[in-house]
Design a protein around this ligand. Structure first.
Ligand code: ADP
Ligand code: MG
Length: 487
C-alpha cells in the first residue's frame, strides 16, 4: 500500500517534470522562472494532475497567457482525457491560508449565456480548433450563440479616470439602450494594455444584466476571421453572415486583425453584417489599436462606417487612476500591499495597465515563492526584470518624488503655484528632467509643475543646462538626481 502511494507520488512529480521540460522549450527563461517554477505538483487523480499555485492572480495570468501551452503539454503527457486542477493558496490579510480549487481546462471562466434563438444555425467544434464556428444545418433549430463574456471584466472592476471617462460613459449608456443611442458603432481605440478589451466586456455584461434576453456576443477579430475562412472553405459563407446578423450586440475586439491573410473577402462579409445590424438598430462595438483615420488596409466604405457612431480613445491613466486600479486589483484578489509599494509601482509604470498588473502579480509570485516580504526593493527587482522598457517610462510624478526627496521639499510645494525661493530651483530641476525623460509637451510639463506655461518651462530647462556647465554644485545635484532616477 505504502509502495503504491509512493509510486503515485513519484508519478505525478515525474509527469509534471516532463511537462516542465516541454514548457521550458516554449517560453523564455525569465517567464519560466516566474510562472512555472513556483508551481508545485501535489497529486494526480485518474487523469487529472493537481497543481498548487501561489495566488489567484497567478492562476489568471497562466490562464490568460499559457492556457494553450498547458493544454498541449497535458495532452501529450497524460493523453486526451488529461486535465489540470489548480489549487490556489490565497493569502488574505488576517485570514488563515485558504485554498481554492479550480478545474481546468474545462471552462475556467464563467460564461454569461445567451438565450436560445431560432436561426438555422448549428454551432460545432471545428476539428482541432476550440472555438465554435457558425454553420447552418437544415431546418430551424434553437441555438445558443456563445457570449464569450468574461465576468471579471465588469464595470465594477473598471476604474474610472480622465483616461477613459468618455468611453466608459458612452459604454454605460449603450448598456441601457443597446442600438438605441447615437453611439453606433462605438469605436474604442488605444495603445495596448489600456483597457479596451475590459471595457468591451463590461458593456456586454451590463447589457446582459439589463436585457437578459438579448444576444450579446464578443469575438476577437482574429477568431472571427478564422471562422470566416473555415466557413468559406466549406461553402458556408452565407450562413456565417446570417449567424452574425442574428446578434443583438456584436463586440468585435482588435478589428485591426480582421481578415488577416484574406482581407478583402473577410471585410466584405463584415461589411454585410455591419450594414444589416446597423439597419436593424442592433449595437456594434469595435475596438482597435488605431483610430479609423489611421487604420490601414481597410476598404474606405468600411472605415467610413466605423465613424458613423462615436469614436473614442483610451489614454494612459494618470497617477491617481493608476493607484486606484492597483487598489482595485488587489482588493478583488483579497490581497494587500504596503502603500509605498503601490505608490512605487504607480510611479514607475505609467503607460500600460497590463504591465502594471503584471508587475503586481510577479511581485506576489516572488513573495509567495520565496517567502519574502512585499517591499519596494522587491518591486524594483521585479520591474527591472519583467516590465518592458516602454511601460516603465519615467513620469513627471516620479521625477518630482525623487527631486522632492533629494532636496527635502514636499511634492505638493513643487506642484503649488507659489514662488517660494527654496522651491524655485527644485521645480526648475523637475522641469529639466521632465523634458529630458518624458515625451510630454512643455506646456503639459508646466501644468504639472505649479501651473507654469511653456515659455517658463523652456527658460527653466535652459537655466539648469547653463548652471550644469558653470556651477559645480548644480552639476553634483543633477548627476546625483539622475543616478537616483535610474535606480
Ligand atoms: P487592451 O485591450 O487595451 O490591450 P485590456 O482591456 O486587456 O487592454 O486591459 C489590460 C489589463 O488592464 C486588464 O487586466 C484590465 O482588467 C486592466 N485594466 C485596464 N483598464 C482598467 C481600468 N480602468 N480599471 C481596472 N483595470 C483596468
Ligand atoms: Mg485587448
Amino acid at each position: 500500500m505504502a509502495d503504491e502511494v509512493s509510486k503515485l507520488t513519484k508519478d505525478f512529480k515525474k509527469v509534471w517534470s516532463n511537462c516542465l521540460e516541454i514548457i521550458r522549450d516554449n517560453v523564455d527563461g525569465q517567464n519560466f522562472q516566474t510562472w512555472f517554477v513556483p508551481i508545485i505538483p501535489i497529486g494526480i487523480e485518474k487523469t487529472t494532475l493537481i497543481l498548487q499555485l501561489p495566488s489567484h492572480m497567478f492562476y489568471e495570468w497562466l490562464e490568460e497567457h499559457y492556457i494553450n501551452l498547458l493544454k498541449k503539454v497535458i495532452k501529450k503527457e497524460i493523453g486526451n482525457t488529461g486535465k489540470l486542477q489548480y489549487r490556489v493558496v490565497m493569502e488574505k490579510k488576517n485570514a488563515p491560508t485558504d485554498s481554492q480549487t479550480i478545474n481546468l481546462p474545462s471552462n475556467p471562466r464563467h460564461a454569461v449565456s445567451n438565450p436560445a434563438i431560432s436561426v438555422p444555425i448549428e454551432l460545432y467544434k471545428t476539428g482541432s480548433k476550440e472555438l465554435p464556428a457558425p454553420f447552418v444545418v437544415p431546418g430551424i433549430k434553437k441555438h445558443k450563440i456563445p457570449s464569450n463574456l468574461v465576468e471579471t471584466y465588469n464595470f465594477d472592476n473598471y476604474v474610472e479616470g480622465d483616461c477613459n471617462r468618455l468611453a466608459r460613459t458612452a459604454g454605460w449608456a449603450i448598456a441601457q439602450d443597446p442600438g438605441g443611442t447615437s453611439f453606433n458603432p462605438l469605436f474604442i481605440y488605444s495603445d495596448v494594455g489600456l483597457g479596451k478589451t475590459h471595457l468591451a466586456h463590461a458593456i456586454g455584461l451590463q447589457t446582459k444584466m439589463n436585457f437578459p434576453n438579448k444576444t450579446v456576443s464578443y469575438i476577437n477579430a482574429d477568431t472571427f476571421s478564422q471562422q470566416y475562412i473555415e466557413a468559406y472553405k466549406t461553402q458556408n459563407r452565407n450562413d456565417f453572415i446570417l449567424y452574425y446578423q442574428s446578434i443583438d450586440v456584436l463586440i468585435i475586439d482588435d478589428v485591426q486583425y480582421l481578415g488577416y491573410g484574406h482581407k478583402a473577402s473577410t471585410q466584405e462579409a463584415f461589411f454585410h453584417i455591419f450594414n444589416h445590424l446597423h439597419l436593424k438598430k442592433k449595437q456594434i462595438i469595435i475596438t482597435s489599436d488605431k483610430s479609423p483615420v489611421d487604420i490601414t488596409g481597410f476598404e474606405a466604405r468600411l472605415l467610413s462606417r466605423f465613424k458613423w457612431g462615436l469614436t473614442v480613445e483610451l489614454t494612459p491613466p494618470d497617477f491617481d487612476t493608476r493607484i486606484k486600479i492597483l487598489h482595485k486589483k488587489l482588493e478583488s484578489n483579497g490581497i494587500t500591499f504596503p502603500d509605498e509599494v503601490i505608490t512605487y509601482l504607480a510611479l514607475r509604470i505609467t503607460s500600460n495597465i497590463r504591465e502594471l498588473e503584471g508587475a503586481m502579480i510577479a511581485i506576489l509570485a516572488q513573495a509567495s515563492l520565496n517567502h519574502r516580504p512585499v517591499t519596494v526593493e522587491l518591486a524594483k527587482e521585479m520591474i527591472d526584470k519583467y516590465v518592458k522598457s516602454t511601460a516603465k517610462e519615467i513620469s513627471v510624478e516620479y521625477i518630482q518624488k525623487i527631486v522632492g526627496e533629494y532636496f527635502g521639499v514636499p511634492v505638493e510645494k513643487i506642484n503649488a503655484n507659489k514662488r517660494d525661493r527654496e522651491i524655485v530651483q527644485p521645480r526648475q530641476i523637475c522641469m529639466f528632467f521632465a523634458k529630458k525623460y518624458t515625451k510630454l509637451p512643455l506646456a503639459t510639463i508646466g501644468t504639472h509643475c505649479g501651473g507654469r506655461d511653456h515659455a517658463t518651462v523652456l527658460h527653466a530647462c535652459r537655466t539648469i543646462s547653463n548652471l550644469y556647465e558653470t556651477d559645480k554644485k548644480m552639476k553634483i545635484y543633477v548627476d546625483e538626481i539622475d543616478k537616483k532616477m535610474k535606480i
